[in-house]
Design a protein around this ligand. Structure first.
Ligand SMILES: NC(=O)c1ccc[n+]([C@@H]2O[C@H](COP(=O)([O-])OP(=O)(O)OC[C@H]3O[C@@H](n4cnc5c(N)ncnc54)[C@H](O)[C@@H]3O)[C@@H](O)[C@H]2O)c1
Length: 274
């Protein structure tokens, strides 16, 4: 295989590799020759994805940990390096939103979303960076945020704030760790079809996609490709960046823009003079 991505033989840690975008990312990395450590709360899922990766001819191990338990997460990273060898890159994909209006939001909800979207990435990235510095080895890390951290997140503001925090955190990590040859970037997905967020019926999908320039939801592979770009030698001079992979959602801003909708007609504010 032509190793255009420079990933063959390297070792990658995928946090949340058991399904959805994490599973697609694991599969893509393995198909590019990267060895993988699949980490998920659900060990059965992690085992299944690791077995699929091994079938692609790479080394793959499965680990189970709740990443919101900082001590256990750090211990698991150590266990992975002891079992599978030193890690070269990490894709941090776990995240979830609690739904609550700001008026009803409790500090427990706030903390929950910050722990499972932002805090664990800080813990894992710090541990991996310390290990990379110790070995004097370069590395690459990618956090998965959300377009909800770029625009507003009504009724799940704790999630939006945590995802926005990720985008800022990768910048600080990128700057502080650049002298170690460690790159840190972020992918911000739009609406992606995953087992947790499945397709609805065709009419509902068409209605909710009407204002989206690319008029379709994304798929886990759309995100996996962006993650692999950041992890690989295809982005050697890129660090501290967030790439929105969202079918044009953040670019559009529907006010002030008129879009043709399926079935005829237009939506959005008409252009001045139109
Ligand atoms: N699906 C979307 O539309 C969408 C949109 C924007 C951003 N995102 C973000 O993309 C990422 C992936 O989303 P997805 O839909 O593929 O997720 P998913 O729920 O389908 O998969 C996440 C995996 O993480 C594991 N996991 C959950 N909590 C864990 C924990 N505490 N410790 C260890 N493992 C845990 C789950 O078992 C699961 O296998 C998340 O960060 C999410 O916030 C998703």
């Amino acid at each position: 295989m032509l190793d255009m991505f420079g990933m063959a033989g390297s070792r990658y840690l995928i946090l949340g590799g058991g399904q959805g975008m994490g599973e697609a990312t694991t599969r893509l990395i393995a198909s590019l020759g990267g060895n993988v450590a699949v980490v998920d709360l659900d060990l059965d899922r992690a085992n299944r994805v690791a077995a699929d990766a091994r079938a692609l001819g790479v080394c793959a191990h499965a680990f189970s940990v709740d990443v919101t338990d900082a001590e256990a997460l750090v211990a698991t990273i150590g266990e992975i390096e002891d079992t599978a060898g030193p890690i070269d890159g990490m894709a941090s994909i776990i995240g979830m939103a609690a739904w609550s209006s700001l008026l009803d939001m409790t500090t427990d909800i706030w903390d929950l979303d910050h722990n499972r979207n932002l805090r664990y990435f800080f813990v894992a990235a710090q541990e991996l960076a310390r290990r990379l510095y110790q070995r004097n080895a370069p590395g690459s890390m990618v956090a998965v945020a959300s377009v909800d951290g770029i625009r507003s997140a009504p009724n799940h503001a704790s999630y939006g704030a945590a995802k926005a925090g990720l985008m800022n955190l990768v910048k600080s990590m990128a700057v502080e760790w650049a002298d170690g040859g460690i790159r840190v970037n972020c992918v911000a997905p739009g609406g992606i079809v995953t087992p947790r967020v499945p397709l609805t019926d065709a009419d509902a999908e068409a209605r909710s996609m009407a204002l989206l320039p690319m008029r379709r939801r994304g798929f886990p592979d759309d995100i996996a490709k962006a993650v692999a770009y950041f992890l690989s030698d295809m982005s050697p001079y890129v660090t501290g960046q967030t790439l929105a992979v969202d079918g044009g959602y953040t670019a559009a801003g529907f006010l002030g823009r008129t879009l043709r909708v399926p079935g005829g007609g237009t939506l959005g504010m008409p252009k001045e003079g139109a």
